[in-house]
Design a protein. Sequence first.
Length: 121
Amino acid sequence: MRFKVDENLPIEVADRLRENAHDASTVLQEGLGGQPDVRISQVCKDEQRSLITLDTDFSDIRTYPPGEYPGIIVLRLKRHEKGHVLSLVDRLVRLVSVEPLAGHLWIVEENRVRILGPNER
């Protein structure tokens, strides 16, 4: 799968995805740091990359309808320490091989993942 890692996540998230045979780039590596959310979302569409982010604005399905995107993963975590985030990403890597991501919004918390499909409003 192809991922875009938002600037609010450690760069090691992209490394973990690559270590698990995914194609991952980061917002910062592409010089998109500080760009508005709408620009980041359009780049993800253009590149057919699923976005992984801590930015809960991307969980607004009226603004970012899941069916229009190659996938959005919003991490809603109580702790943002690098080790904690990477541990969660390790669990997500296993899930992306068995659950649909394209056209879906994943809201990921420490103990659960909610998946909203393309037709949910």
